[in-house]
Design a protein around this ligand. Sequence first.
Ligand SMILES: NC(=O)c1ccc[n+]([C@@H]2O[C@H](COP(=O)([O-])OP(=O)(O)OC[C@H]3O[C@@H](n4cnc5c(N)ncnc54)[C@H](OP(=O)(O)O)[C@@H]3O)[C@@H](O)[C@H]2O)c1
Length: 258
Amino acid sequence: MDTKDIGELFSLQGRTALISGASSGIGLHAAQTLFAAGASVALAARRSDKLAEAVRRIDPSGKRACAVQLDVTDSSTIAPAFDAAEQALGAPVDIFVNNAGVLFAQRFVEQPEDKLDWLFDTNLKGAFLVAQEAARRMSRVGRGSIINISSSSALRAAGMLSSYASSKAALLHLGSVMALELAGKGIRVNTICPGNIETDMQESLTEFEQALIKRTPMRRFGKPEDLDGALLLLASDAGRYMTGAVITVDGGQTLSWM
Ligand SMILES: NC(=O)c1ccc[n+]([C@@H]2O[C@H](COP(=O)([O-])OP(=O)(O)OC[C@H]3O[C@@H](n4cnc5c(N)ncnc54)[C@H](OP(=O)(O)O)[C@@H]3O)[C@@H](O)[C@H]2O)c1
């Protein structure tokens, strides 16, 4: 295999991706990466001003990138988001990055019910329903890759994160069941578990930042671009025999949390 073949293996030319939670952080960077690898990309989230600005930056021509409105907690916005993406980009979505998510950190005994509802509605029910829509559409064309963004907190206990970690553990398990059910339809489902990645979400953890860095064998937090390798592997033909896989990208945090 020569270098050109290796490039082709990871190429996303002709693919169409929808990324939820693409108005900032990991989702925004994932959209840039998939675009750079050749995919057309639909950036989905609630903040339309941020999305429009990101689309202008990624693809000033507007031919291979578009913004679509999506609130994962409002199921009436889900199918229209896919419709808008497919109309703007002219092809069915065959890569879905299930990334939209929220976090709050609080002791277990203090977590209020309204915040629990908000978190589970977004991280679990929302992720479930958007993935379901993606899978239904991919089933029609007989191919697709769904990449769930869980968290290393799904893999080991993390204080103050009882609701967040349990929502992400449920998403991890959901990914396994999806992989099992959808393999026969040509749809691969895999999960990335990032450790601490420097984004807006981390602002709620500043109090614990130094302690967390100390517990990270690589002695730094990750950056959204540290997820590029896992993302491209799972989105492209390079990962064609992978389904139900869990890839941890956390600088070794999971090895030494406690
Ligand atoms: N940063 C980390 O250390 C880390 C570690 C492990 C896993 N993760 C996971 O990575 C994902 C992205 O997080 P991030 O760090 O990039 O945080 P972020 O910068 O805060 O981004 C979160 C994204 O989710 C979107 N979102 C939130 N609620 C939504 C809703 N109801 N409907 C649609 N979109 C919604 C936000 O867009 P709008 O507000 O515009 O809707 C935003 O684009 C999350 O699932 C998070 O749990 C992050």
